[in-house]
Design a protein around this ligand. Structure first.
Ligand code: GLA
Length: 389
């Protein structure tokens, strides 16, 4: 992987000097969806799929970007003096956004860079290719410019900040955090309110994590995402009038039920209900996993899907077909939509001896019912972003 990218780098920019390689993973979230901007818990893990960079510092302030995934665009040349969002800049808005955010935090970038990128996360799949590119840029800058005091958690926050303020998507911290802080064979139980976290082993002896890519992505995603955020924020304000809380993540199910009448709109009530219940489900799911009760973990995954479908309304027909097909297969422990929603992927936990049947049955059924061809990834849980050489 990196050998090919390094050769491409040499061809484009020359082979001399201090050339370094890096990797930042994508993520899949096992449970805890749309809780990360509601002060709740999430439980994502880093994948071994991700984005690679080969990079070298320059003497001047020029930035030369090349992506093997967008090879027809060739080398995109810009400069450290031009860190402004620009539709025409395409994918380079992500690394540029991170550079802009570094400068804003006082981490001065004194030299330009030549940088070649390649990513093996399927495009538009909701497995966080953009977050991985942001975190990748973060570790390139940390390492190349010697920002030793900068922690990986801060790199995640800078990535989120750049996504929110440079690239205009109001996402939470989950994706960047998972990419920066991932640990092989572990998922990250993260309290998004405090950023306290712990690792929990997910190396299951007799089951696999299977991601199913619906290959559909409905437009509206960003606006619907921001709508959900606003609805939750308004519901929180209404609840604050009657309860001493800071986030929806502060509430138990019982407290929510006792005070939900403070929310003056039925749709907002459903959104807040999801945020509260999903957070509690996530806490319970991690307890179940720690107690080796994978069946309970699976049930909570399924309940998460129902809530995302009915209360949060971020699923779609195609994804529901995938989940319904999965639920019927013996050996499927749990299955749900993962990520922002409106298409993208499902995540399922499938017993080893059911994986082949799963892929065949879900694949055929999905094709029959929707006309689309699903893709399947039996994934491994990998480490967070790091320098390779
Ligand atoms: C997207 C966002 C995350 C999170 C999920 C939903 O992936 O980037 O911050 O909100 O949606 O859980």
């Amino acid at each position: 992987m990196t050998e090919k990218l390094t050769n491409t780098f040499h061809e484009l920019f020359g082979a001399e000097g201090d050339i370094r390689t890096y990797f930042a993973p994508g993520r899949v979230n096992l449970i805890g969806e749309h809780t990360d901007y509601n002060g709740g818990h999430v439980f994502p893990c880093a994948l071994t799929l991700g984005t690679y960079a080969v990079a070298r510092k320059r003497e001047d302030r020029v930035l030369n970007f090349y992506s093997e995934n967008f090879s027809s665009l060739g080398v995109i040349k810009t400069s450290l003096d031009d860190l402004v969002p620009d539709k025409k800049a395409g994918w380079t808005n992500y690394p540029k956004g991170v550079m802009w955010a570094f400068e804003k935090r006082g981490y001065k970038l004194t030299h330009g860079l030549d940088i070649a990128i390649y990513g093996d996360i399927p495009n538009g799949s909701g497995l966080s290719s953009s977050a991985s590119l942001e975190v990748l840029t973060g570790i390139v800058l940390k390492d190349m410019f010697g920002f030793d005091s900068l922690s990986m958690a801060e790199i995640a926050q800078i990535g989120q900040y750049s996504e929110n303020n440079f690239n205009g998507c109001n996402c939470g911290i989950m994706d960047q955090f998972a990419s920066a802080m991932g640990k092989k064979d572990n998922a990250i139980f993260l309290d998004t309110n405090t950023l306290e976290f712990e690792y929990a082993p997910v190396a299951l002896p007799d089951a696999k994590i299977v991601i199913t890519n619906s290959k559909v992505k409905h437009s509206l995603v960003d606006s619907a995402y921001n709508d959900r955020r606003n609805e939750c924020e308004t519901a929180l304000e209404e609840l604050k009038a009657v309860l001493p809380i800071k986030t929806l993540g502060d509430l138990s199910e019982e407290e929510f039920e006792a005070h939900k009448n403070a929310i003056k709109d039925p749709v907002r009530t459903l959104r807040a209900k999801h945020a509260v219940y999903e957070n509690q489900r996530t806490i319970r799911a991690v307890e179940a996993l720690k107690a080796n009760n994978i069946e309970e973990f699976g049930k909570l995954m399924n309940a998460s899907h129902v809530s995302l479908k009915n209360d949060y309304e971020v699923s779609c027909e195609e994804i529901d077909v995938l989940v319904d097909l999965a639920w019927k297969i013996p050996g499927v422990i749990g299955s749900r939509i993962t990520g922002g929603g409106f298409g993208g992927c499902t995540v399922s936990i499938v017993k080893n001896d059911a994986v082949d049947t799963f892929i065949e049955t879900v694949g055929n059924g999905y094709k029959e019912q929707t006309g689309h061809t699903a893709e399947f990834y039996v994934v491994e849980v990998g480490d967070g972003a790091h320098r390779l050489s």
